[in-house]
Design a protein around this ligand. Structure first.
Ligand SMILES: Cc1cc2nc3c(=O)[nH]c(=O)nc-3n(C[C@H](O)[C@H](O)[C@H](O)COP(=O)(O)OP(=O)(O)OC[C@H]3O[C@@H](n4cnc5c(N)ncnc54)[C@H](O)[C@@H]3O)c2cc1C
Length: 294
């Protein structure tokens, strides 16, 4: 037996502040608890859904059936210098901000793209999180991840970077399974400018992104050769609203929750945006977000 909760509102666990209840909800703090939860779910034929920081997910108004495992308490990080490299090991639910701090301690380049990136380490691996600025290197998780540990069929398996099949805002080689830890390596080449650049990048996010309102980051991936935000803005959709879901006035590739938006409002707004951009610009937009419970 383990200490799960029932009917837990997932809006409290997503950055959009939207989503109905998890039928069963559990936050493991260690591998034994995680294994116990999986065995219990399998025994009762419950589907398992993983949640990290919930910063890239839209949860259905009806919630999620089965067991939702939230990994936020499965956190911890350590680093060491080895053969002129910084090696970091982080548990899946470690906030990316702590990963940033480790790189920043040594004034290393990966701190830059991690500046202001929300969510957990495992979510970063799953989504191959990163930034678009081509002048910044590294700028995606796939450039700093060395290995990933996955709980698969009750066993811990270590996969190397080459096995993870990273593409733009996606990775899939870790499936099936649950990411439990990740290892990162970067040459220990101190750059004193990094601290100032991290400050500037944080400031830029505050100016450009609607961080004052609940959101889940960029809604659409950038189609090759285009910027989704620019396309949406050029179609005059900034401020367009369905229910309490609105295309941000600040950044057109963000949908913000201006009150009590429902997932259905957001989905309608996504559809309206896709239809409008296709009609006016001839370009198909594809969502970056993960939909849970639909
Ligand atoms: C204000 C804001 C700004 C953002 N800016 C950026 C940006 O610049 N670049 C960018 O790439 N993204 C950005 N995002 C999106 C988001 O922060 C990233 O995609 C992030 O990496 C998601 O991490 P998470 O922990 O929140 O994942 P979640 O949203 O919780 O989950 C994402 C997916 O990972 C799965 N998952 C989570 N944990 C595990 C695990 N342990 N094992 C297996 N599967 C798991 C979930 O089931 C889900 O499918 C932004 C979001 C916000 C709100």
């Amino acid at each position: 037996m383990f200490d799960f909760q029932e009917n837990v509102p997932l809006k409290n666990y997503t950055s959009l502040k939207i989503g109905g209840p998890a039928e069963f909800f559990y936050q493991p703090t260690n591998i034994e608890q995680l294994k116990t939860a999986i065995v219990w779910a399998k025994l009762h034929s419950h589907k398992i859904t993983l949640l990290g920081g919930g910063t890239n997910t839209l949860v259905s108004d009806e919630g999620v059936k089965g067991l939702v495992i939230c990994m936020r308490k499965f956190a911890g990080i350590e680093s060491k210098l080895e053969n002129e490299n910084l090696r970091i090991t982080a548990l899946a639910g470690t906030p990316k901000s702590l990963l940033l701090k480790e790189f920043l301690k040594y004034k290393l380049a990966p701190a830059e793209f991690l500046a202001g990136l929300p969510g957990d380490v495992a979510g970063g691996v799953v989504m191959n999180a990163g930034i678009g600025e081509v002048t910044i290197r590294p700028r995606e998780f796939c450039e700093i991840v060395d290995w990933v540990e996955v709980l698969r069929d009750g066993q811990l398996v270590v996969l190397q970077k080459k096995d993870l099949e990273f593409t733009y805002r996606k990775s899939k080689g870790w499936q099936p399974g649950i990411i439990t830890r990740a290892g990162f390596t970067w040459p220990n080449l101190e750059d004193v400018q990094v601290v100032e650049r991290v400050k500037n990048l944080n400031r830029a996010r505050l100016t450009k992104q609607p961080l004052e309102l609940p959101n889940a980051g960029s809604v659409f991936i950038n189609p090759p050769g285009y910027k989704s935000g620019k396309l949406i803005e050029e179609c005059g959709l900034k401020g367009y609203r369905i229910g309490d879901a609105m295309i941000s006035e600040k950044h057109a590739n963000f949908i913000v929750n201006v009150g009590h938006a429902k997932a259905t409002d957001v989905l309608q707004l996504i559809k309206h945006t896709q239809d409008t951009v296709l009609e006016m610009k001839g370009v198909s937009l594809h969502p970056e977000w993960i939909l849970l419970g639909f």
